[in-house]
Each structure stands twice: as C-alpha cells, then as structure tokens.
Design a protein around this ligand. Structure first.
Ligand code: MRU
Length: 331
C-alpha cells in the first residue's frame, strides 16, 4: 500500500512525485517554507493531497511561532485552482482559534481523507460493470490524496469487488501525471492498463474501445461546472459525441458553493519549461513562446454524474444535495 504522505511528529514526509516511477524517495519538510516549496513545485500534487499537506504545513508554521494569517496566506498562494487547499487551511485556522490541538486536527483531516476516498470508491464501483474498459486522465489516485484515491479509487474498488476491468491511461501532457503516476499505481495494484497519448482518446472512443470515463476534480462550482487537469474538457466533449458516460469522482471538500460557475474559477498557469522540456530534455526552440494553463473547466451538462462519499449526483443538482446533506465539515 502506497503511503504518499507520512507525518513523523515534527517532519512531513511525502513521496517525491517528480521522481516517480523510477525512484521512490521521500521528501522531508521541516518548516512551513519546505511545505510551500513542495506544493508549488509538484513534489506533492492532486487536490486532496495538497489540502492534507497544507494542514501539516500549518502545524509546522505554528511551531515556528509564525503569525497565523502569514501561515495561511503563504499556503493558500502556492496553487490557486484546487479548493481543497484553502478549505484545509481555513479549517486549521479555525481549530487554532478555538484552541484545539492542531497536530491532532491535521491527522484527522489526513485519516478522514482516506476514509472518504474508500466511500467514494464504494459508491462509484456500481457504475463500473464487468469487462469494462475505462479511461482516466491525470492522476486521481492514492498519490493525489492521503491514500486510496478518488477516480482511481473508484477503479480500484471495482477491481477489489472482483470485476474484470482494463484501464486506458492518458499520459497527460505536459506534466505526465498519467504516464508517470497513474500507470505506476495501477501496475502496483495489479490492475490491467494501457498507456495512450492524450490525442488518441477520440480515436479509441470512435472505435468503441471505451465504456466509461472517470476523472478527479480540483474545484466544482455551485452550478456543477468542474475544474480538473487540462485536457479533461476535451475528453468530456468527445464523450458526449460518442455517448460514453463521463463521471467525476471527488469528495465534498472539492465542492465550492462560493464559486458560482466555472468561469469564476482561477486557472493556474505554469512555467513554459513544462512544455518545452520532457524529463529535462529540451524539445522546442530555446525562446519558444508557450501557454501552459494547468486546468480547464468542464460544463456541468457534459458530466454524467459526480461520485462523492455521500452518493452519486447529477452535477447541476449537487448544490441542492450538498445543503440537504449538511455540506462539508469546515469553517
Ligand atoms: O496539477 P495536479 O497534478 O495537481 O492536478 C491534479 C488533478 O487535476 C487531479 O485530477 C485532481 O486534483 C483530483 S486528485 C484526486
């Protein structure tokens, strides 16, 4: 079982995802600054995982006697799109204000995340039928969470329930989370998978090779629009055309009722280097102009259902159920 995040009393250890699948090394964070660096530079990535890392970063910041608003501001500014980050920091701030043990609370956020993912998996496994070929994009697996995974959690739960399944993994340019992380996780779990380049997905759908698509999310707006890894929107459009069910798996902590619709979601823009180089090897002209938005937004009408720990909902109805079911734990 992969342990992507380990809390060691005064050190946060995280598998350095930049080095996978070739090297399995832990990156040690002893200060708030270390955690901010790790989040910004993709040592740790994936919405729930950066939320959990930020909760422990908050603990380290408090131990360094730093001012609470300074700690929160530094953590929240590391990556703008995934709402789990500000949700976790906001909760930690509130726990601190209430005089609660912040280390204990960060551990609770960590443990709850694993339990929630297992519930998402259990709920989502129902939509995966025997002999299905499933397509996934980016990495929404154990590495993107405290453990188990969301979209990969759904695939994993179906596999654990004895379903014969096969997964097509989008390589996910430019950072290659699919090729480097998802395929690695599926191999570790013994789940049959095949790696494809992102631009092959349409051909596979046309050839009737895909029965279902499941991806994760970084932020779901009040109207059900979903921000996720760049390329998700193109998959959703293709899925609609080819009548392939398109599911999003995410915890309630990824739902952001304060953001009205997808257009209001801040999309992180990352460095040109991620496009101009692969594994440190230059593939484009030195001064090549690039554009590197890390996420896109899929309109709610293209989503067949959102698989959460509290059930599967139509994207446009999530807000209604969210309120009915008491929302997420938070401030
Ligand atoms: O830039 P990343 O690798 O942090 O992007 C990750 C994704 O887009 C995931 O699909 C999302 O965070 C869900 S992870 C359970």
């Amino acid at each position: 079982m992969l342990e992507p995040i380990v809390w060691n009393r005064n050190t946060l250890l995280m598998i350095d995802q930049r080095k996978l699948p070739h090297k399995r090394e832990y990156y040690a964070c002893k200060t708030l600054e270390d955690v901010c660096y790790a989040i910004k530079n993709m040592v740790v990535r994936g919405a729930p995982a950066i939320g959990v890392a930020a909760a422990f970063g908050f603990v380290l910041g408090i131990r360094e006697n730093l001012e609470v608003d300074h700690i929160s501001g530094k953590l929240i500014s590391t990556r703008p799109t995934a709402v789990n980050l500000s949700w976790a920091v906001c909760r930690m701030k509130e726990f601190y204000r209430l005089g609660l043990d912040v280390e204990q609370k960060a551990l609770e956020i960590y443990n709850n995340d694993i339990a929630i993912n297992k519930k998402i998996g259990e709920n989502g496994s129902e939509v995966i039928l025997d002999n299905f070929n499933i397509l996934t994009h980016c990495n929404a697996g154990a590495l993107a969470t405290a453990g188990y995974g969301t979209a990969v959690g759904v695939i994993r739960a179906a596999f654990e329930r004895g379903k014969n399944i096969h997964v097509y993994v989008d390589e996910t340019r430019p950072f290659l989370q699919g090729a480097r992380l998802t395929a690695f996780e599926l191999n570790e779990l013994g789940i049959k998978n095949t790696l494809i380049c992102d631009n092959m997905a349409g051909y596979l759908m046309k050839s009737k090779k895909i029965d279902l698509i499941v991806v994760g999310a970084d932020r779901i707006a009040r109207n059900g629009d979903v921000a996720n890894k760049i390329g998700t929107y193109s998959l959703a459009v293709l899925a609609k055309y080819h009548k392939v069910p398109f599911y999003v798996a995410a915890p309630f902590s990824t739902f952001d009722p304060d953001t009205e619709c997808g257009n209001d979601i801040a999309i992180e823009e990352r460095s040109d280097t991620e496009i101009k180089e692969i594994g440190g090897v230059k593939i484009a002209c030195e001064n090549q102009k690039c554009y590197n938005p890390a996420f896109d937004v899929t309109p709610s009408e293209l989503v067949t259902g959102i698989i959460t720990e509290k059930g599967i909902f139509k994207a446009s109805k999530l807000y209604k159920f969210y309120n009915k079911l008491g929302g997420k734990d938070g401030c």
